[in-house]
Design a binder for this molecule. Structure first.
Ligand code: ADP
Ligand code: MG
Length: 238
Protein backbone atom coordinates (compact mmCIF):
# COMPACT_ATOMS: atom_id res chain seq x y z
CA UNK A 1 0.00 0.00 0.00
CA UNK A 2 1.15 3.52 -0.61
CA UNK A 3 -1.61 6.01 0.14
CA UNK A 4 -0.33 9.30 1.50
CA UNK A 5 -2.67 12.02 2.76
CA UNK A 6 -1.58 15.53 3.75
CA UNK A 7 -4.16 17.57 5.66
CA UNK A 8 -3.60 21.27 6.32
CA UNK A 9 0.15 20.72 6.41
CA UNK A 10 2.28 23.83 6.95
CA UNK A 11 6.02 24.44 7.25
CA UNK A 12 7.63 27.57 8.61
CA UNK A 13 11.37 28.27 8.71
CA UNK A 14 12.03 31.06 11.21
CA UNK A 15 9.16 33.42 10.42
CA UNK A 16 8.91 32.46 6.75
CA UNK A 17 5.98 30.23 5.89
CA UNK A 18 7.39 28.11 3.08
CA UNK A 19 4.34 25.82 2.90
CA UNK A 20 0.98 27.47 3.63
CA UNK A 21 -1.86 25.10 4.65
CA UNK A 22 -1.79 22.37 2.04
CA UNK A 23 -4.03 19.37 1.34
CA UNK A 24 -2.92 16.59 -0.95
CA UNK A 25 -3.96 13.01 -1.65
CA UNK A 26 -1.48 10.57 -3.20
CA UNK A 27 -3.03 7.23 -4.13
CA UNK A 28 -1.49 3.79 -3.99
CA UNK A 29 0.48 3.03 -7.14
CA UNK A 30 0.40 6.56 -8.53
CA UNK A 31 3.40 8.28 -10.07
CA UNK A 32 3.04 11.80 -8.68
CA UNK A 33 5.33 14.61 -9.79
CA UNK A 34 5.86 17.84 -7.83
CA UNK A 35 6.89 20.49 -10.31
CA UNK A 36 7.57 24.20 -9.92
CA UNK A 37 10.33 26.79 -10.06
CA UNK A 38 13.40 26.72 -7.86
CA UNK A 39 12.63 27.66 -4.26
CA UNK A 40 8.87 26.95 -4.48
CA UNK A 41 9.00 24.31 -1.75
CA UNK A 42 9.19 21.01 -3.66
CA UNK A 43 12.05 19.57 -1.62
CA UNK A 44 10.55 20.80 1.62
CA UNK A 45 7.25 19.09 0.83
CA UNK A 46 9.00 15.83 -0.02
CA UNK A 47 11.13 16.03 3.13
CA UNK A 48 7.98 16.57 5.21
CA UNK A 49 6.50 13.39 3.73
CA UNK A 50 9.78 11.53 4.32
CA UNK A 51 9.95 12.78 7.91
CA UNK A 52 13.29 14.51 7.32
CA UNK A 53 11.56 17.73 8.36
CA UNK A 54 8.82 18.07 10.98
CA UNK A 55 5.58 19.73 9.95
CA UNK A 56 4.87 23.03 11.71
CA UNK A 57 1.19 22.08 11.80
CA UNK A 58 -1.17 19.67 10.10
CA UNK A 59 -1.24 15.94 9.63
CA UNK A 60 0.41 13.34 7.40
CA UNK A 61 -1.20 9.91 7.09
CA UNK A 62 0.38 6.93 5.40
CA UNK A 63 -1.99 4.07 4.63
CA UNK A 64 -4.48 5.39 7.15
CA UNK A 65 -1.96 5.65 9.98
CA UNK A 66 -0.98 8.95 11.50
CA UNK A 67 2.68 9.34 10.51
CA UNK A 68 3.07 12.99 11.50
CA UNK A 69 5.27 12.20 14.49
CA UNK A 70 6.99 9.09 13.14
CA UNK A 71 10.75 9.20 12.45
CA UNK A 72 11.77 8.63 8.81
CA UNK A 73 12.75 4.97 9.30
CA UNK A 74 9.27 4.10 10.60
CA UNK A 75 7.27 5.63 7.77
CA UNK A 76 7.87 2.72 5.37
CA UNK A 77 9.01 5.09 2.61
CA UNK A 78 12.33 5.21 0.79
CA UNK A 79 13.99 8.40 -0.35
CA UNK A 80 16.16 8.10 -3.46
CA UNK A 81 19.02 10.54 -3.23
CA UNK A 82 21.23 11.67 -6.06
CA UNK A 83 23.93 9.17 -6.89
CA UNK A 84 26.67 11.17 -5.23
CA UNK A 85 25.18 10.05 -1.91
CA UNK A 86 26.73 6.58 -2.46
CA UNK A 87 29.59 5.40 -0.25
CA UNK A 88 32.70 5.53 -2.49
CA UNK A 89 34.66 2.92 -0.50
CA UNK A 90 31.85 0.31 -0.60
CA UNK A 91 31.00 -2.06 -3.45
CA UNK A 92 27.67 -1.87 -5.24
CA UNK A 93 26.47 -4.84 -3.18
CA UNK A 94 27.41 -3.16 0.09
CA UNK A 95 25.92 0.16 -0.96
CA UNK A 96 22.60 -1.47 -1.82
CA UNK A 97 22.67 -3.66 1.29
CA UNK A 98 23.47 -0.77 3.61
CA UNK A 99 19.93 0.13 4.78
CA UNK A 100 19.16 -3.55 5.40
CA UNK A 101 22.32 -4.01 7.47
CA UNK A 102 21.30 -1.00 9.51
CA UNK A 103 17.92 -2.67 10.03
CA UNK A 104 19.77 -5.83 11.18
CA UNK A 105 18.14 -8.07 8.58
CA UNK A 106 19.55 -11.60 8.19
CA UNK A 107 22.43 -12.05 5.72
CA UNK A 108 20.40 -14.57 3.69
CA UNK A 109 17.48 -12.16 3.27
CA UNK A 110 19.84 -9.29 2.47
CA UNK A 111 21.53 -11.35 -0.25
CA UNK A 112 18.19 -12.33 -1.75
CA UNK A 113 16.91 -8.75 -1.87
CA UNK A 114 20.16 -7.26 -3.19
CA UNK A 115 20.44 -9.90 -5.95
CA UNK A 116 16.82 -9.26 -6.94
CA UNK A 117 17.27 -5.46 -7.04
CA UNK A 118 20.53 -5.81 -8.98
CA UNK A 119 18.83 -8.00 -11.55
CA UNK A 120 15.88 -5.60 -11.99
CA UNK A 121 18.33 -2.72 -12.42
CA UNK A 122 20.81 -4.56 -14.67
CA UNK A 123 23.55 -4.19 -12.09
CA UNK A 124 24.36 -7.88 -11.60
CA UNK A 125 27.60 -7.63 -13.59
CA UNK A 126 28.76 -4.64 -11.56
CA UNK A 127 27.90 -5.90 -8.09
CA UNK A 128 31.52 -6.01 -6.85
CA UNK A 129 32.58 -2.66 -8.29
CA UNK A 130 32.86 0.58 -6.40
CA UNK A 131 30.90 3.70 -7.42
CA UNK A 132 34.03 5.29 -8.92
CA UNK A 133 34.17 2.44 -11.46
CA UNK A 134 30.60 3.02 -12.68
CA UNK A 135 28.95 5.34 -15.19
CA UNK A 136 26.63 8.10 -13.96
CA UNK A 137 23.56 6.08 -14.96
CA UNK A 138 24.82 2.98 -13.17
CA UNK A 139 25.52 4.99 -10.05
CA UNK A 140 21.99 6.37 -10.13
CA UNK A 141 20.66 2.81 -10.44
CA UNK A 142 22.63 1.82 -7.35
CA UNK A 143 20.99 4.69 -5.48
CA UNK A 144 17.58 3.38 -6.63
CA UNK A 145 18.58 -0.17 -5.67
CA UNK A 146 19.19 0.99 -2.15
CA UNK A 147 15.55 2.07 -2.02
CA UNK A 148 14.12 -1.02 -3.75
CA UNK A 149 15.57 -3.49 -1.24
CA UNK A 150 13.62 -1.83 1.55
CA UNK A 151 10.37 -2.73 -0.24
CA UNK A 152 8.87 0.64 0.66
CA UNK A 153 5.21 1.66 0.45
CA UNK A 154 6.40 4.59 -1.67
CA UNK A 155 9.57 5.87 -3.30
CA UNK A 156 10.44 9.54 -2.89
CA UNK A 157 12.77 11.09 -5.50
CA UNK A 158 14.24 14.57 -5.25
CA UNK A 159 15.54 15.62 -8.68
CA UNK A 160 17.43 12.34 -9.01
CA UNK A 161 18.59 13.04 -12.57
CA UNK A 162 19.70 16.64 -12.24
CA UNK A 163 23.42 15.81 -12.10
CA UNK A 164 23.30 13.55 -15.18
CA UNK A 165 23.96 14.81 -18.70
CA UNK A 166 20.99 15.36 -21.03
CA UNK A 167 21.25 12.12 -23.01
CA UNK A 168 21.59 9.98 -19.91
CA UNK A 169 18.68 11.82 -18.30
CA UNK A 170 16.30 10.74 -21.06
CA UNK A 171 17.36 7.10 -20.65
CA UNK A 172 17.03 7.16 -16.86
CA UNK A 173 13.62 8.80 -17.14
CA UNK A 174 12.45 5.80 -19.17
CA UNK A 175 14.09 3.38 -16.75
CA UNK A 176 12.34 4.92 -13.75
CA UNK A 177 9.00 4.85 -15.60
CA UNK A 178 9.60 1.17 -16.44
CA UNK A 179 10.48 0.46 -12.83
CA UNK A 180 7.25 2.11 -11.74
CA UNK A 181 5.25 -0.10 -14.09
CA UNK A 182 7.08 -3.18 -12.91
CA UNK A 183 6.82 -2.53 -9.16
CA UNK A 184 3.43 -0.76 -9.26
CA UNK A 185 4.51 1.12 -6.13
CA UNK A 186 3.68 4.75 -5.37
CA UNK A 187 6.38 7.14 -6.53
CA UNK A 188 6.60 10.81 -5.60
CA UNK A 189 9.05 12.59 -7.84
CA UNK A 190 10.31 16.15 -7.53
CA UNK A 191 11.60 18.02 -10.56
CA UNK A 192 11.78 21.53 -11.97
CA UNK A 193 11.83 19.99 -15.47
CA UNK A 194 8.47 20.28 -17.26
CA UNK A 195 9.37 17.56 -19.74
CA UNK A 196 10.10 15.09 -16.95
CA UNK A 197 6.80 15.99 -15.33
CA UNK A 198 4.79 15.65 -18.53
CA UNK A 199 6.36 12.37 -19.62
CA UNK A 200 6.56 10.53 -16.28
CA UNK A 201 3.56 11.57 -14.19
CA UNK A 202 0.15 10.03 -13.66
CA UNK A 203 -0.57 13.12 -11.59
CA UNK A 204 1.24 16.45 -11.61
CA UNK A 205 1.18 18.82 -8.63
CA UNK A 206 2.15 22.33 -9.76
CA UNK A 207 3.64 24.34 -6.92
CA UNK A 208 4.26 28.07 -6.67
CA UNK A 209 5.54 29.61 -3.44
CA UNK A 210 4.39 26.56 -1.46
CA UNK A 211 0.86 26.73 -2.86
CA UNK A 212 -0.66 24.05 -5.04
CA UNK A 213 -1.70 25.89 -8.20
CA UNK A 214 -3.23 22.80 -9.81
CA UNK A 215 -3.31 19.01 -9.56
CA UNK A 216 -4.11 16.91 -12.60
CA UNK A 217 -2.95 14.49 -15.23
CA UNK A 218 -0.46 15.82 -17.79
CA UNK A 219 -3.28 15.96 -20.36
CA UNK A 220 -5.61 17.85 -17.99
CA UNK A 221 -2.97 20.45 -17.20
CA UNK A 222 -2.10 20.81 -20.85
CA UNK A 223 -5.70 21.14 -22.03
CA UNK A 224 -7.23 23.02 -19.13
CA UNK A 225 -4.59 24.93 -17.17
CA UNK A 226 -6.30 26.77 -14.35
CA UNK A 227 -4.29 29.94 -14.75
CA UNK A 228 -1.49 31.64 -16.67
CA UNK A 229 1.18 30.33 -14.31
CA UNK A 230 0.25 26.70 -14.98
CA UNK A 231 -0.18 27.34 -18.69
CA UNK A 232 3.20 29.06 -18.90
CA UNK A 233 4.89 26.43 -16.83
CA UNK A 234 3.53 23.41 -18.68
CA UNK A 235 3.70 25.08 -22.07
CA UNK A 236 7.24 26.42 -21.99
CA UNK A 237 9.98 23.86 -21.56
CA UNK A 238 13.34 25.21 -20.42
P1 ADP B 1 12.69 23.76 -4.12
O1 ADP B 1 13.05 22.37 -3.78
O2 ADP B 1 11.37 23.88 -4.80
O3 ADP B 1 13.76 24.46 -4.91
P2 ADP B 1 12.92 24.19 -1.26
O4 ADP B 1 11.88 23.32 -0.67
O5 ADP B 1 14.32 23.70 -1.20
O6 ADP B 1 12.53 24.58 -2.76
O7 ADP B 1 12.89 25.58 -0.54
C1 ADP B 1 11.69 26.33 -0.39
C2 ADP B 1 12.02 27.58 0.41
O8 ADP B 1 12.33 27.22 1.74
C3 ADP B 1 13.19 28.37 -0.12
O9 ADP B 1 12.91 29.73 0.02
C4 ADP B 1 14.32 27.94 0.80
O10 ADP B 1 15.27 28.95 0.90
C5 ADP B 1 13.60 27.70 2.11
N1 ADP B 1 14.25 26.68 2.95
C6 ADP B 1 14.37 25.37 2.65
N2 ADP B 1 14.97 24.69 3.63
C7 ADP B 1 15.25 25.60 4.60
C8 ADP B 1 15.86 25.54 5.89
N3 ADP B 1 16.32 24.38 6.40
N4 ADP B 1 15.96 26.69 6.59
C9 ADP B 1 15.48 27.84 6.10
N5 ADP B 1 14.91 27.98 4.92
C10 ADP B 1 14.77 26.87 4.16
MG1 MG C 1 14.72 21.21 -4.27
Amino acid sequence: MGNITLSQVTKTFGDVEVIPPLDLQINDGEFVVFVGPSGCGKSTLLRLIAGLEDVTSGKIEIDGQNATELPPARRGLAMVFQSYALYPHMTVRKNIAFPLKMAKMSEAEIKKRVDHAASILNLSDYIDRRPGQLSGGQRQRVAIGRAIVREPAAFLFDEPLSNLDAALRVGMRLEISELHKRLATTMVYVTHDQVEAMTMADKIVVLRAGNIEQVGSPLELYRTPRNKFVAGFIGSPT
